[in-house]
Design a protein around this ligand. Structure first.
Ligand SMILES: C[S@@+](CC[C@H](N)C(=O)[O-])C[C@H]1O[C@@H](n2cnc3c(N)ncnc32)[C@H](O)[C@@H]1O
Length: 250
């Protein structure tokens, strides 16, 4: 049976790849990696999964798959890229029936990952196919650990927001006092910081860009330029409102 495995590569530090992922990458017949189809305007994510995959798989087993990684909307160009990518992977299975293909994706393959779209389309094109997933460490987990931030305790709840969905629900969650994490806000950093200020949630909020990469930047959100922009690979953690130890258990 042909097998397609979505493999979480973690946020950037190759030491944050699980043993299970490393073992699969070492033995897969091919390791597909996503690359953006844009020019140099958004270089951070381009090749990110590939950079980490190269620690565990030889370059000759790695094959690039082009995606419209940075289209914010559901564009026709994006649709075409999914179809082309799936056709490339399906063609590989046609040539290697019964083979095992890994698809390396940053963070976790079940969290805002291109793997979800790819697997659904490849499944339609390849008759007998098993799809598996190997979880990865997400950017928010890495940032929480690196900044010493306890994400949730006791009965506290956690909400994850892609800021590309608009800031309104982000503001609502901030207003409730929940733990809130924001993804995909690089260009919207001023709006994101304004929401923190307006809801009184700036204290304790922590920002991490390019986690695990050479240009990593971890700092208090309060220390950011309120009018600046962050790179695409930026994550923000706003811990819950807490008063003293065990607050989340009350
Ligand atoms: C398409 S989502 C991918 C999420 C990924 N699958 C995960 O599990 O973390 C891209 C967003 O993840 C976050 N992200 C991923 N890697 C990151 C890193 N190395 N540093 C900071 N943020 C990162 C950013 O918010 C970025 O906009």
């Amino acid at each position: 049976m042909s097998t397609l495995v979505g493999v979480g590569m973690g946020p950037g530090d190759p030491d944050l790849v699980t043993v299970k992922a490393a073992n699969l990458l070492a033995k897969a017949d091919v390791v597909f990696v996503p690359v953006g189809d844009s020019d140099n305007s958004h270089p951070p994510e381009t090749g990110r999964a590939e950079q980490t995959a190269l620690f565990y798989a030889e370059a000759w087993r790695i094959e690039r798959v082009v995606f419209a990684l940075h289209d914010r909307e559901h564009t026709a160009r994006r649709e075409r890229a999914w179809d082309d990518a799936a056709a490339q992977v399906a063609a590989w299975f046609a040539e290697h029936p019964g083979g095992t293909a890994a698809f390396a994706t940053i963070g976790d393959p079940c969290v805002y990952s291109t793997f979800t779209y790819l697997a659904a389309t490849v499944r339609e094109q390849v008759g007998e196919l098993t799809v598996e997933l190997i979880p990865g460490i997400t950017a928010m987990q890495d940032l929480a650990a690196r900044s010493g931030t306890s994400l949730v305790e006791g009965r506290e709840t956690l909400s994850l927001f892609p800021m590309t969905a608009g800031p309104e629900r982000f503001r609502e969650a901030l207003g409730r006092g929940d733990a809130v994490v924001a993804y995909k806000f690089g260009r919207m950093l001023p709006e994101t910081l304004a929401a923190l200020r307006d809801t009184g949630r700036m204290a304790g909020a922590v920002y991490g860009a390019a986690l695990g990469l050479p240009d990593e930047d971890i700092r208090r959100a309060a220390d950011l330029d309120p009018m600046g922009r962050g790179p695409y690979l930026s994550t923000l953690i706003v811990p819950p409102r807490r008063e003293g130890r065990g607050h989340g258990l009350r």
